[in-house]
Design a protein around this ligand. Sequence first.
Ligand SMILES: CC(C)(COP(=O)(O)OP(=O)(O)OC[C@H]1O[C@@H](n2cnc3c(N)ncnc32)[C@H](O)[C@@H]1OP(=O)(O)O)[C@@H](O)C(=O)NCCC(=O)NCCS
Length: 205
Amino acid sequence: MGLRIRAARADDAAALDDICIRTGHAGGDATDLYAHPELLADVYLRPYLVLSPDLAFVVANDDDVPLGYVVGVADTAAFEAACEERWWPLVRERHPQGSAEPGSRDAALVQLVHEPRRTDPDVAARFPAHLHVDLLPVAQGGGHGRALLERLFAALRERDVPGVHLGVGAANARARAFYHHLGFTTLEEDDGGALLGLRLDAGRG
Ligand SMILES: CC(C)(COP(=O)(O)OP(=O)(O)OC[C@H]1O[C@@H](n2cnc3c(N)ncnc32)[C@H](O)[C@@H]1OP(=O)(O)O)[C@@H](O)C(=O)NCCC(=O)NCCS
């Protein structure tokens, strides 16, 4: 299978939603775990495509169908402010507070939509960028995750971004080992998961 990396396009949206949902449960398929699995894309994918389209890359097969993606932002604080203004209001309208079954996974995401987490300003200062990367099982383990991240890191370095962070759930040991292998270190950790960071300016004079 010949896979290649390219910039994400608007017409990839449905395929990327699908990848997000099929990798949304600690790296595994989340489709049947949610009444509205597209909420995962509303939180972890779509705002990046809308607000930071130049930092979205896909790995596509011979038919140009995306099998994986990385989405990122260069400035997390600015992105969070833009989401508050231009993204969350749209999702809140579609998923009002109290609209999901109490205690369900949907309810946890609806809560996040209405009360989004804000990144610690110290983390955002040292590691201003952040990212999400997801590949379908068929594309995993072949170097494409690394290739997607390196493509994003090159784009961030071009913008003189000094560091990048990301969150990984406690149940996703495989992804965490992958990130550590690529040089990320643990910045914070609790029962839910870990915040990892990587400086992009190491070795620069
Ligand atoms: C996690 C994920 C992005 C990794 O991408 P991948 O394409 O499978 O990984 P790669 O093949 O590019 O691996 C890159 C390097 O990391 C190493 N690596 C990968 N997984 C590893 C692991 N669990 N432990 C140690 N090293 C690992 C590889 O050996 C490879 O090393 P090398 O480049 O020095 O030879 C991908 O498997 C995935 O999308 N999983 C499902 C969704 C997910 O969990 N996303 C992350 C949510 S936080």
